[in-house]
Design a protein. Structure first.
Length: 271
């Protein structure tokens, strides 16, 4: 593995990844619609080698391996999530910074489900991924659209800010879930780094989980989980009550319904 330039992201995700690993089954249910998008893209033509960037606990990597029979590699900077991914087998999982890592092989498809928004230097990252792709190979990733179109995420951020008012606000121009929300900027980024045939399409899905899993989901993932971890233990019960009430609008009987507004971005490597 080459040097890691996303060191701050690596430290953050390795800590946060413990929660993702604990809640991986819940995450799998919640984000299944977007796994299906990438699996369908992978099945459109024969695949030999597939790279899953920001693979987390490996659900997408494994699903594509099963659907296509291709040799699939998942890459992530968080060892805590990769350890969970390796427990299931069916693919190779590598701890590396995809922004700079020399993979030593060429992939005919590079995919990512919400994993390419966190690069410290996106241009370097997509350039490196292009060098790791066969001539005519394809890129396909799913990324979040604007915060205003994703009220569940907005609600989580607002609640976390109330729970931990002294926590530093995230840099709106830095790496983060919405860093690729502007389609024109994303198209320009990919074009500048050598990708061709760029396509960007809206993908709208409703993600669902049982209501009983809402608090475990929020307690293990995202900004609310960070606020809870940093709070005194005796305060967490009260905080969870406040958290639950803030999400009443997403609860329909025994089911949580989350409207998710995303982009599906595709491109190809020059022939």
């Amino acid at each position: 593995m080459t040097s890691e330039v996303n060191s701050a992201q690596a430290a953050w995700w390795n800590a946060a990844g413990q929660g993702w690993a604990q809640a991986q089954d819940i995450v799998g249910v919640m984000l299944r619609p977007f796994q299906d998008v990438l699996v369908e893209a992978a099945r459109q033509r024969p695949r030999t080698k597939v790279l899953d960037v920001g693979c987390g606990t490996g659900a997408v990597t494994r699903a594509i391996a099963e659907a296509t029979g291709a040799a699939c590699v998942g890459v992530d900077i968080a060892e805590s999530m990769l350890a969970a991914a390796r427990e299931h087998g069916k693919a190779e999982f590598v701890r590396a910074d995809a922004q700079v890592h020399s993979f030593g092989r060429s992939f005919d498809l590079v995919v990512s489900r919400f994993g390419v928004m966190f690069f410290d230097d996106p241009a370097a990252a997509f350039g490196n991924l292009l060098r790791s792709t066969t001539a005519g190979g394809e890129l396909c990733f799913v990324t979040w659209r604007d915060r205003a179109e994703n009220p569940f995420m907005t609600t989580a951020s607002e609640v976390a800010a109330r729970l931990a008012p002294d926590a530093p606000a995230p840099d709106p121009n830095g790496p983060g879930p919405h860093s690729l929300a502007d389609p024109d900027q994303t198209r320009d980024l990919l074009s500048r780094t050598g990708w061709e045939n760029i396509g960007i399409e809206r993908v709208d899905r409703t993600c669902t989980i049982p209501e009983s899993l809402l608090l475990p989901y929020l307690s293990n993932l995202g900004p609310i989980s960070r606020a809870l971890r940093e709070a005194p233990e005796e305060d967490r019960g009260r905080m969870l009550t406040e958290v639950r009430g803030a999400f009443d609008g997403f609860v329909h009987g025994d089911e949580v319904r989350v409207p998710a507004a995303c982009w599906q971005v595709t491109a190809s490597a020059p022939l």
